[in-house]
Design a protein around this ligand. Structure first.
Ligand code: NAD
Ligand code: IPM
Ligand code: MN
Length: 355
């Protein structure tokens, strides 16, 4: 059996609950493929602030850098909302993404037949939705120059800056075009080119790269995209967009699927891949054992596929999740009378049994 190193970062709130469920499934699926996983459990976010004073301790970063992949739950919560901005829990995630060079965030949104009835949207609108959001992850307004507070003419202000360079846009659009080749072949590039200079550069570069790649590309303004996502999610194949727009649109797309607890993500680029659900630490339900672990479990499947090159076990995990949902087992976020309500842990066990 060959061995792979996984850095696991439970984080805060529901993070430890959902990563515990996902870890068991990841271990089992990998073992079936002849891979033995060696875990390093690391602190990040609020838990790290409490233990060490900083959100991303050096030994966590070192463990992530030397791992084959990183699995993360979520960070943040009201307890740390008043800490200094440069040590906020969220800085851990931003720091990991930047330090590992993870410029591409893949957020697939699929609506299986079993779940179509659970979206707040009509089943005929959502059934068959299969979107891949490719979000730029290490640039844009998240990482531009910023100022927390300055006073000019007696008025306090704060600012952030959106910057995109040609190489940054080119590499993410190229990745989206390549991803589209294994799918329905269509890329929608989402921007705000009618207002923002950075979006005008984005649009120009996206067109040039799509032409080089021979990919069918259309452009859409982000405000229209927000509307089209709920009007006709099935019309999208691959969406490529900047850091902030991708963050917002992916939470919106989660509603198409029925719950934010379902959606996984893979952050890839230069260093080891980072895998995390798209949701946060959900302080409102933390500690109750009711969080949906599926987003984290499907993130573990993406880890198997992208970082461990283990396609068969990745697909097996995805099929096991589908089967358990099709049998009517639901965590509280997706529960309706007539179905079987299960806890986070029970959902994990059911998926293991299915595997
Ligand atoms: P959130 O995603 O944590 O929660 C939004 C809503 O979705 C809540 O009602 C929550 O209960 C629900 N929800 C989220 N995940 C769920 C799951 N797995 N199962 C069932 N319900 C779920 O977003 P928020 O409330 O805006 O943020 C809370 C904290 O999380 C903040 O500190 C924020 O910065 C942080 N955050 C972290 C990440 C991350 O670690 N990747 C992502 C987003 C937000
Ligand atoms: C996400 C989160 C993060 C982001 C935060 C916690 C930094 O919302 O992964 O979607 O904005 O990227
Ligand atoms: Mn987000």
């Amino acid at each position: 059996m060959s061995s792979k190193k996984i850095a696991i970062i439970p984080g805060d709130g529901i993070g430890p609950e959902v990563t515990a469920a996902a870890r068991e499934i990841l271990t089992l699926a990998a073992r079936k493929a002849g891979l033995d996983l060696e875990y390093a459990t690391c602190l990040a976010g609020g838990a790290a602030i409490d233990a060490t004073g900083v959100p991303l301790p050096d030994d966590t970063l070192a463990a992530a850098k030397t791992a084959d992949a990183v699995l993360l739950g979520a960070v943040g919560g009201p307890k740390w909302d008043t800490v200094a901005p440069d040590i906020r829990p969220e800085k851990a995630i931003l720091g990991l993404r930047k330090a590992l060079g993870l410029y591409a965030n893949l957020r697939p949104v699929k609506v299986s037949a079993a779940l179509a009835a659970y979206s707040p949207l009509k089943p005929e609108i959502v059934t068959g939705t299969d979107i891949l959001i490719v979000r730029e992850l290490t640039g844009g307004i998240y990482f531009g120059p910023k100022c927390e507070s300055e006073t000019a003419d007696g008025v306090e202000r704060a600012w952030d800056t959106e910057i995109y360079s040609v190489p940054e846009v080119a590499r993410i659009v190229r990745m989206a075009c390549k991803a589209a080749k294994g799918r329905r072949g269509r890329v929608t590039s989402v921007d705000k080119a009618n207002v923002l200079a950075s979006s005008r550069l984005w649009r120009r570069v996206a067109s040039a790269i799509a032409q080089e790649e021979g990919t069918e590309l259309s452009h859409m303004y982000v405000d229209n995209c927000a509307m089209q996502l709920v009007l006709g999610p099935k019309t999208f194949d691959v969406i490529v967009t900047g850091n902030l727009f991708g963050d917002i649109l992916s939470d919106e797309a989660a509603v198409v699927a029925g719950s934010i607890g379902l959606l996984p993500s893979a952050s890839i680029g230069d260093g080891p891949g980072l895998y995390e659900p798209i949701h946060g630490s959900a302080p409102d339900i933390a500690g109750q054992g009711i969080a949906n672990p599926v987003g984290t479990i499907l993130s573990a499947a993406m880890l198997l596929r992208h970082s461990l090159r283990a396609e068969a076990p990745a697909a097996a995990v995805e099929q096991a999740v589908d089967a358990v949902l099709a049998e009517g087992y639901r965590t509280a976020d997706l529960y309706r009378p007539g179905l079987t309500k299960v806890s986070t842990e029970e959902m994990g066990k059911l998926i293991i049994k299915q595997l």
